[in-house]
Design a protein around this ligand. Structure first.
Ligand code: FES
Length: 99
């Protein structure tokens, strides 16, 4: 009977073992590793930006969260895509000129 219990315990532990460890610690590491934003206003509960465009304006906004000029794109996505094989790029917004 003891052998069966020991076997079940080891099998259960093996089932919950990941490359990051066992149990809750691995869950915390996984959540941290899956964050998209790793550098912009990290103390804020939500990063929100609002801008007004004037007629004839054109802005290029970052969607990779790597820009040093966030929310504007500084082309950091190019390096990110080369390093990771990702395909992210900016959002370009243009406001038509008034007639
Ligand atoms: S730097 Fe993020 S999309 Fe260009």
């Amino acid at each position: 009977m003891k052998l069966i219990i020991l076997t079940l315990t080891l099998a259960t532990a093996a089932a919950f073992t990941t490359p990051f460890g066992v149990g809750r610690a691995s869950t915390a590491i996984s959540a941290e590793a899956s964050k998209i934003n790793t550098m912009v206003d990290l103390d804020s509960p939500k990063v929100v930006n609002q801008e007004k465009l004037e007629a004839g304006d054109k802005k290029v906004y970052c969607r990779c969260w790597k820009s040093g000029t966030f929310p504007l794109c500084d082309a950091a996505h190019v390096t990110h895509n080369k390093e990771t094989g990702d395909n992210v790029g900016p959002l370009i917004v243009a406001c038509a000129k008034a007639e």
